[in-house]
Design a protein around this ligand. Structure first.
Ligand code: ADP
Ligand code: MG
Length: 699
């Protein structure tokens, strides 16, 4: 039997083929269910009727009772509009229509009592209302349009077909009062009762017709919770599925590599956060199940050493380790820091990237297969090449957001013993997002910076302040420090951006002439050997200034660099700015970041730059970024299915998400395969809502 709610929208009373077409194209409403889920974006209190004399144009929406007169067409061509006067005994206001004029002319009746509803505005000096909603006073009384009324989004085309907000409300009313409108409860009592959740059917009705504020809130809570619940349930089931089927190699031993390194070669004392995370990783890899862990830590929080310790555990257990980075520069950086750490232990580390020569590759493959090579660092080449390890035990992926989920899965072949996976990201993700995008991973967070770091001082400067910025650069260099100057590179305007970069470079060369100064430049059009050579020159302190595009965004580690100038900073996203800034402030010196921008800034750009000035905390920045950009723009989120949330809002409903996550975990602890009778409706709903997912583990 097909569900009533799956009925095509044209069969709803009052719709028909023509309106159905419009509903489909304009609002993406195809079935009854879509209409039911076309939730109001706001409610207005229609119990109150205002007097025109008391209306202030700051009022959001008002409702007035009165009479229409003096209806006429005014203006020419594009300025043409329908105008009418409206008087309620206290005063007169003007009503205007710019569109759908003929439709209004047909139905509007002078000298009859109307209740009109809309946003007050000014037309010239007079109070007016454009496109008011109008109900005859008699109908208003009969329909009991009182209390909280839903406001729906709609379009001009729909309005011309009488499907304004009120028209849509009528359709929904028809739907929920249909005798066939049945909604089955899907939550078991273990969720319904402790949360005092509103019944599912009632929630679907109350979300549209709340009656009062409290009931409306309970309806919204129920529906948001349910939306989150199913995204979480899906993630957690996939995770459980993988945990049950994928056995990891148990790393039980802590041997010479870890002990030797810890006792004799640790370059600094680990922070408490680093120690905690190493413990979490160790117990995960020792559990006999495959580790799938996300390691989050702000730029500079010290993820590399944690990754290295994890590799040593693999080595102690007779396995090899691989580390994968999204760019060649980053892979090379990792290779050099890992090699440095590995050297005193006699561990063999190699680098494999797109520019590794054929003969080198051949040699590499042989060493990997024989097991003589312990650690391989590289780019995508790692998975694209026919690389065969003797026994790969751990894969570390840096900067996950640039790798897809499928790529993660390509790291091992079917039937092979699966390696443990540690995903590292320096892009702090708000908790709510981490829970959803990476909901299938376990999460470790390094939430503490190494001792002695001073917060970076950040300032906004305009062109008029450039001379002083140059002066400040000279001061820093005179003190023996180094400086980054970063230019944006945006695909759409690549040519111009390169021009800006080159102009900027020329300018810097003029301001900082040889032999007193040496300047490096790195950008995407250079050959990778040249890039690498320039990076090395800067790293070794031969050059004092590094002019670059955002290719240095990730991974460059030059602790002596204490200043960064970001050109056209308004063109960068907030997270990107934060990542860039993390390239300085890595030593114990006070560091500085200067955000150069034009005077004309959009409101959002200004907020981004001001946020950078106000805080160094990556998580605060990530939260704000989410709010400014919206979840749809965040990498990785689109695939998570979460951008299709209808009512729940990731940026505002984090608490509800947390609650739903907790209940979801509890439910699965109690009934991991959803086999209990009381959970059958839930399981059924999940199967229907997420067709095409392998639910073999749910009975
Ligand atoms: P990220 O998390 O950005 O990858 P890194 O691992 O590159 O950070 O570490 C940033 C810098 O901090 C490096 O120079 C590293 O040597 C140093 N560092 C890491 N951990 C500590 C610590 N516990 N104490 C002092 N310095 C540390
Ligand atoms: Mg790093």
């Amino acid at each position: 039997m097909t569900d009533f709610l799956d009925t095509s929208i044209e069969y709803l009373k009052g719709v028909g083929p023509a309106r159905a077409d419009l509903l489909r194209t304009e609002l993406n409403i195809h079935r009854f269910r879509d209409l039911l889920e076309h939730y109001p974006f706001r409610y207005v209190d229609r119990s109150r009727i205002y007097k025109i004399a008391e209306i202030d144009i700051d009022f959001a929406y008002v409702q007035v009772k009165g009479r229409v007169f003096d209806i006429k067409l005014v203006g020419e061509k594009r300025g043409r509009r329908l105008s009418a006067k409206f008087n309620d005994g206290t005063d007169t206001m003007e009503l205007v229509w710019f569109q759908g004029i003929q439709g209004v002319q047909k139905i509007i009746m002078p000298n009859k009592d109307y209740v009109i509803f809309g946003k007050p505005g000014l037309f010239g000096k007079n109070l007016s209302m454009a496109h008011p909603e109008m109900i005859l006073w008699d109908d208003f009384n009969n329909e009991k349009v009182q209390g909280l009324q839903p406001v729906y989004s709609t379009t001009e085309k729909l309005k011309n077909r009488y499907l304004d907000s009120r028209g849509i409300q009528k359709l929904i009313y028809t739907l929920v009062t249909d005798p066939a409108f049945k909604v089955k409860e899907i939550f078991p009592p273990s969720i319904l009762n402790p949360l005092r959740l509103m019944d599912r059917r009632e929630a679907f009705i109350r979300i549209h017709f709340p009656g009062n504020e409290e009931l409306g809130q309970r309806a919204r809570f129920r529906i948001k919770l349910e939306e989150f619940f199913f995204t979480q349930l899906r993630m957690l089931l996939l995770k459980g599925n993988r945990k049950a089927t994928l056995k990891g190699i148990p790393f039980i031993k802590i041997g010479d590599y870890v002990n030797g390194f810890y006792k004799n070669h640790l370059p600094f004392a680990l922070t408490e956060a680093q120690k905690r995370v190493v413990k979490e990783i160790r117990s995960d890899m020792g559990s006999g199940r495959q580790m799938n862990r996300l390691l989050q830590g702000d730029v500079g929080s010290g993820k590399t050493i944690v990754a290295f310790l994890a590799m040593l555990i693999a080595l102690d257990n007779g396995c090899q380790a691989a580390m994968m980075a999204p760019t060649e520069i980053l892979a090379t950086q990792h290779f050099s820091s890992i090699s440095e750490l590995a050297k005193p232990l006699g561990i063999q580390v190699s680098l494999l990237t797109g520019s590794t020569s054929k003969s080198e590759r051949k040699q590499l493959h042989a060493l990997l297969e024989s097991g003589e090579l312990h650690i391989l660092v590289g780019t995508h080449a790692l998975i694209e090449d026919k690389v065969q390890f003797k026994k790969l035990g751990l894969v570390i992926i840096d900067e996950q957001h640039r790798f897809g989920v499928e790529q993660r899965a390509r790291l091992w072949r079917k039937g092979e013993e699966v390696p443990h996976i540690l995903v590292m990201t320096a892009t702090p993700i708000p908790r709510t997002l981490a829970m959803t995008v990476y909901g299938d991973l376990d999460v470790s967070v390094i939430d503490e910076m190494p001792l002695g770091r001073k917060p970076i001082e950040t300032a906004m400067r305009f062109e008029s302040g450039r001379l002083r910025v140059l002066g400040f650069m000279k001061e820093q260099i005179a003190m023996g420090r180094q400086v980054y100057v970063v230019y944006p590179l945006i695909e759409e305007s690549e040519k111009m951006d390169y021009q800006n970069l080159m102009d900027g470079y020329e300018h810097i060369l003029r301001e900082f002439p040889r032999p007193k100064y040496e300047v490096s430049i790195v950008h995407g059009r250079m050959r990778s050997e040249d890039k690498e050579a320039e990076m090395q020159r800067f790293k070794q302190g031969i050059t004092q200034i590094m002019v670059a595009t955002s290719v240095i965004e990730v991974g460059v580690d030059v602790p002596n660099a204490s200043m960064m100038v970001i050109e056209s900073a308004e063109k960068f996203g907030l997270s990107q700015l934060h990542q860039l800034r993390g390239r300085v402030g890595r030593g114990s010196e006070q560091s500085y970041c200067v955000l150069m921008s034009g005077h004309k800034l959009s409101r959002e750009a200004r907020m981004r730059l001001e946020a950078m000035v106000a805080t160094n905390n990556g998580f605060e920045i990530a939260d704000l970024d989410l709010k400014l950009r919206g979840p749809g723009e965040i990498d990785g989120l689109r695939q998570s299915g979460l951008t299709s949330l209808k009512l729940a809002d990731l940026t505002k409903d984090g608490e509800i998400l947390q609650v739903s996550r907790n209940y979801c975990e509890k439910l699965l602890d109690d009934d991991p395969h959803l086999r209990k009778p009381e959970n059958q409706d839930l399981a059924e709903h999940l199967r229907k809502a997420y067709k095409g997912t392998d639910w073999s583990l749910i009975s």
